[in-house]
Ligand binder design. Structure first.
Ligand SMILES: *[C@@H]1O[C@H](CO)[C@@H](O)[C@H](O)[C@H]1NC(C)=O
Length: 404
């Protein structure tokens, strides 16, 4: 309509039409995306059913291939999907500093199993955040090794089968030398709402993840955990194991966790025995904080009651109220106080003895004086003999003369 109006106004000037055509088509020419992909505010959304692989990074022009979501995935992910030129992306000067380079894989609703092969993510090491959602995944040996280092790996809503070496060749950690700015450094591995085959994780699944900072294994229907599951993840600060089916935590699970600050155990039911609730003692000594509703599944008296209350009422002896001394008549007396008290009592007894002796001596002296007054000479005799005895006593004085 407006074209027609302008046409009339310009009196049939063909140039006006050309200009209008250019204005209409220029954005599409410059915001180019490969077939099957559309640019949604900087995020390329690519329909797996339409894309004609391999995708080439040169087909994503403005913006560059910083963020890609591949949806409608319904088949195995194997090598040859990404062209090798993704390795040469100029990430430092052309990437938007507000986002980390991201790759998302979203499966088609109702799709069958999707296996992820080792080479699918080859040439994608510029990507630091990966999310895989709604998939029935079979993750093969070293499936993520193409990324080398990831700041964040999220697997959500689906089912998952892990090869024991699924995470080999990739380090999920806070990246130290990323080619572009990563707004939030998290070093986190998140697997959430994704039922795991056999309801158990392979024991060695996480042994390669030595720099992992945050680990979430939630809603995976895990019926048990291996006590060596986290042995190598010694940099962990955050751990969430909530919404699972296990009813006890293996005793060695948190050994070597010296930086763990938070443990989340939402929606967790544990068998309440003092031995199986070792966790609370461990948390007391390590000062790790536990969050979540941890409820007893047994014994019957305690079902649906808090495990922490069970532990502190059934398993912990009354704390020593009198640590540095002994309880005496209901009061805490320190050893110093006790020593001083005993010395006081001894001194008191001694002073009484002295007092008694003084009185007795005084009495005897008085009796002696009275006897002298009444008896006349008789007491004098001993006095005289005493006086005679005196020179005898000074015998040593004579001996003194012998020295000369
Ligand atoms: C989870 O995945 C299933 C199967 O693909 C899908 O139908 C469902 O909508 C997803 N749920 C969420 C919350 O995305």
């Amino acid at each position: 309509m407006s074209v027609k109006t302008k046409w009339r106004l310009n009196g049939g000037d063909m140039r006006a039409q050309v200009v209008i055509c250019l204005v209409l088509f220029v954005p599409e020419v410059f915001l180019a995306a490969p077939d099957g992909c559309t640019n949604n505010r900087g995020m390329y959304e690519c329909d797996y059913l339409t894309v004609n692989p391999p995708l080439s990074s040169s087909d994503f022009t403005d913006p560059p291939a910083q963020r890609i979501r591949i949806y409608n995935v319904n088949a195995d992910l194997t090598s040859g999907y990404f062209e090798s030129d993704f390795d040469n992306l100029d990430t430092s000067s052309t990437f938007d500093p507000n986002f980390a380079a991201t790759l998302e894989i979203k499966c088609k609703s109702g799709a069958g199993a999707v296996s992820v092969a080792k080479d699918f993510f080859s040439y994608m090491s510029y990507v630091y955040e990966v999310k895989i959602i709604n998939c029935k995944l079979a993750i093969q040996d070293s499936a993520f090794s193409g990324f080398k280092v990831l700041n964040q790996l999220v697997i959500e809503n689906g089912t998952t089968t892990f090869d024991e070496k699924a995470f080999d060749g990739v380090q999920v950690q806070k990246p130290t030398s990323a080619g572009h700015k990563i707004p939030v450094m998290s070093g986190s591995l998140v697997i959430r709402d994704s039922t795991t085959t056999g309801n158990i994780l392979p024991a060695g699944l996480l042994t390669s993840q030595t720099g992992l900072v945050s680990l979430t294994l939630e809603g995976m229907d895990l019926s048990s955990l291996d006590d060596s599951l986290l042995t190598k993840n010694t940099a962990l600060r955050f751990l969430s194991l909530g919404h699972n089916a296990f009813t006890e935590l293996p005793t060695g699970l948190l050994d070597n966790q010296n930086s763990l600050a938070e443990l989340h155990l939402y929606n967790t039911r544990l068998e309440c025995t003092c031995e199986k609730l070792w966790l609370y003692k461990h948390l007391d000594t390590t000062r790790t904080k536990v969050f979540g509703d941890v409820i007893c599944s047994s014994p019957t008296d305690w079902t649906e009651k808090k495990a922490a209350v069970f532990y502190y009422s059934e398993c912990v002896e009354a704390p020593a109220v009198c640590g540095n001394g002994m309880i005496l008549l209901g009061a805490c007396v320190t050893w110093l106080e006790l020593g001083l008290s005993i010395m006081c009592i001894v001194a008191f007894i001694l002073s009484i003895v002295v007092l008694v002796l003084t009185i007795v001596t005084k009495k005897e002296a008085e009796e002696g004086a009275e006897g002298k007054r009444r008896g006349g000479r008789k007491p004098t005799q001993p006095r005289q003999s005493g006086a005679q005895a005196l020179p005898k006593k000074s015998g040593p004085t004579k001996a003194k003369g012998a020295w000369n």
